[in-house]
Design a protein around this ligand. Structure first.
Ligand code: SAM
Length: 263
């Protein structure tokens, strides 16, 4: 890839550290019924490892300059499907309808400029079982953030509701070409087997989003359009009140309040 001119705007920092690729692969729990989605195949260095797992791999790449290089890999492995174009506008449901599988895994060294949109799309459009993703370190910490910390956000609540989240490894800047100017981390998301019961998932999502809309404001201000008497009752049951801020509520608190509002 020495002559390749990397596009910063596409988040092109290619992974050259075999040890990190091994850690990504070893962290996955692929079975014969798995299907893997990779976003951002790049020159295919991780893709090559993924196809060796012997299950269908669908790799997306937006940069047409990488087409020939990736097609070379495809010639060798018929379990590889390449999709050239913008992952964010792909019809995932349609693409996946061509495959037989029971479990979906997202395994990727993501283009960092669209980390959150990629995760949102995957969560909305497929029933994702596992994600092992390289992300910017601060973003990874936000996913795992606990209440009462500056990184705790609505995304932390959503992700922690669905997944157990663990760190696979920190990754040095020297593991990439070109060297990025941010630190990286590989994070693993495993879908929870015993998800908390929610009466109305849409209401839960709305409540969490609204509660965090202005982070420094309290619940009374952010949730002014809700039935405040009922909200106050719900919060009273968990030892809290409307003067609390969203960042002081745990995932379990949000689930309790959302269910209470449905009662
Ligand atoms: N997987 C390779 C590796 O680990 O070396 C490349 C990872 S690099 C961090 C991210 C890749 O995502 C780049 O090849 C970039 O061109 C691609 N990419 C950026 N935006 C994309 C998009 N919207 N859809 C699909 N691929 C995209």
């Amino acid at each position: 890839m020495s002559e390749f001119s990397f596009k910063k705007s596409l988040g092109q920092n290619f992974l050259i550290d075999n040890n990190i690729k091994d850690k990504i692969i070893n962290a996955s729990s692929i079975t014969k019924d798995s299907l893997i989605i990779e976003v951002g195949a790049g020159s295919g260095s991780l893709t090559k490892r993924l196809v060796l797992l012997g299950v269908p791999v669908i790799s997306f790449e937006i940069d047409s300059r990488l087409t020939d290089k990736l097609n070379e890999i495809k010639k060798e492995y018929d379990n590889l499907t390449l999709v050239f174009g913008d992952f964010l506008s792909a019809d995932l449901g349609l693409i996946l309808s061509n495959f037989r599988y029971k479990k979906v895994h997202l395994i990727a060294n993501l283009p960092y400029y669209i980390t959150t949109p990629i995760i949102n799309k995957v969560m909305n459009e497929v029933s994702i079982d596992e994600m092992i993703i390289m992300v910017q370190k601060e973003v990874g910490n936000r996913f795992k953030a606990l209440p009462n910390t500056k990184d705790y956000s609505s995304l932390s609540v959503f992700l922690q509701y669905y997944f157990d989240i663990t760190k696979v490894t920190d990754v040095s800047r020297n593991s990439f070409v070109p060297k990025p100017n941010v630190d990286s981390i590989v994070v693993k998301f495993t879908r929870k087997k015993d998800k908390l019961y929610l009466e109305d998932e849409d209401l839960f999502f709305k409540l969490v989003r609204d509660a965090f809309v202005h982070k420094r404001k309290n619940l009374r201000n952010n949730l002014g359009s809700y039935d405040l008497d009922k909200l106050s009752e719900a919060l009273g049951n968990i030892g809290k009140d409307l003067t609390y801020r969203a960042e002081q509520l745990t995932v379990l608190d949000f689930v309790f309040v959302a269910n209470y509002l449905c009662s």
